[in-house]
Design a binder for this molecule. Structure first.
Ligand SMILES: NC(=O)c1ccc[n+]([C@@H]2O[C@H](COP(=O)([O-])OP(=O)(O)OC[C@H]3O[C@@H](n4cnc5c(N)ncnc54)[C@H](OP(=O)(O)O)[C@@H]3O)[C@@H](O)[C@H]2O)c1
Length: 320
């Protein structure tokens, strides 16, 4: 892929939401969208960090139109409240970038009763997406195909998911490793994108019946120098040594470049309908083999995960 964010079109009049927008890949995703005229909602759990990030971007691009949308993905009530706040203010949503994440953190349960990586990386983004889908479909209905998109950040780390992909009996994986918990959550991001594509993508029943077409992608951004590695390092994960070696070999990309694949999938006119539903990895290094086999391309697993998640989130009252 030879995409560069400078090739993005004028995005004036378009509205985007980017989770984890105060740092790393998400920060540059917000910055480039805003630079091209989009109205961007930058999601952050810390109002202070979110406001500082917006101020920094505005320094670079004084005409940037960015609003803070505060949500803590470990607190599903705050995710629902943020979605409702957004829906009360906006009449269109052109792009949702489910970007925020944590990696290989020690075992912890959220106050909602889910394992922290599973909820932060997957469940909370599933809930956010579910609340925003009706507006995205309404937006898509009146516009040409490809005008509305969802991007799920995943990782080649989905390779670390447990045997069978998702442990439905114990999704907290309390007897697993921090890396297997990360892998399972990142595999779920891919399967979620697959389901969204099957339901709303080109050729889907929704698209054919005129109910709205949404293009979807899952993105492994590459190996990118961000706080993600730092937080894993602080938790004493073995990933630490891997990142140190990659850094020494110059194989880590700067955070700006890490945003480019997300930007291509969220807003580039060069993305093609037949690319919706795909797993994007500009490096073609680590992710390709896993994509060719196993759980990440298992349509039945995607369906089972969707049913399981929908049933659980409805039972807990996070979606209707
Ligand atoms: N960096 C890489 O090499 C790499 C490789 C593969 C995939 N990825 C994926 O890329 C995505 C972005 O990560 P990054 O590398 O840019 O890392 P990052 O710099 O650590 O950014 C992660 C973002 O997620 C936010 N976040 C974490 N927990 C949250 C919570 N409970 N509620 C709300 N926001 C929360 C962080 O907010 P705080 O600042 O408040 O913590 C931060 O804004 C992740 O999904 C990651 O899995 C990254």
């Amino acid at each position: 892929m030879t995409f560069h964010p400078d090739t993005l079109p004028d995005l004036k009049g378009k509205v985007f939401i980017v989770t984890g927008g105060n740092s790393g890949i998400g920060y540059y995703t917000v910055a480039h969208l805003a630079e091209h005229g989009a109205h961007v909602y930058l999601c952050a759990r810390s109002a202070e960090k979110g406001t500082a990030a917006i101020a920094n971007i505005e320094k670079m691009h004084p005409s940037a139109n960015i609003d803070l949308l505060q949500m803590d993905l470990t607190d599903l009530a705050s995710v629902v409240a943020a979605a409702e706040h957004f829906l009360a203010r906006e009449t269109a949503l052109h792009g949702l970038v489910n970007n925020a994440g944590i990696m290989a953190t020690p075992f912890a349960m959220t106050k909602d009763g889910h394992e922290a990586q599973w909820q932060t990386n997957y469940l909370a983004h599933w809930v956010l997406t579910a609340h925003l889908l009706p507006l995205m479909l309404r937006t898509a209905k009146t516009l040409p195909p490809g005008s509305v998109r969802v991007v799920n950040l995943t990782s080649s780390g989905h390779l670390g998911a447990p045997r069978g992909g998702i442990n439905f009996a114990d999704p907290s994986l309390k007897d697993g490793s921090p890396w297997s918990r990360y892998g399972q959550s990142k595999l779920a991001n891919i399967l979620h994108a697959k389901t969204l594509h099957a339901t709303y993508g080109p050729g889907s029943p929704s698209a054919r019946s005129g109910e709205g077409e949404i293009w979807v992608a899952s993105v492994h951004p590459g190996l990118v120098e961000t706080n993600l590695a730092t937080s894993a390092e602080e938790s004493g994960s073995r990933v630490t040594s891997v990142f140190s070696v990659l850094r020494m070999l110059g194989l880590m990309w700067p955070a700006d470049k890490g945003s480019w694949t997300s930007l291509f999938c969220a807003a580039s006119p060069d993305m093609k309908a037949e690319q919706s539903g795909a797993y994007f990895d500009i490096f073609r290094r680590f992710a390709e083999p896993s994509w060719q086999s196993g759980a990440a391309k298992d349509g039945e697993l995607a369906k089972r995960l969707e049913e399981w998640t929908g049933e659980l989130m409805r039972r807990e009252g996070w979606v209707r």
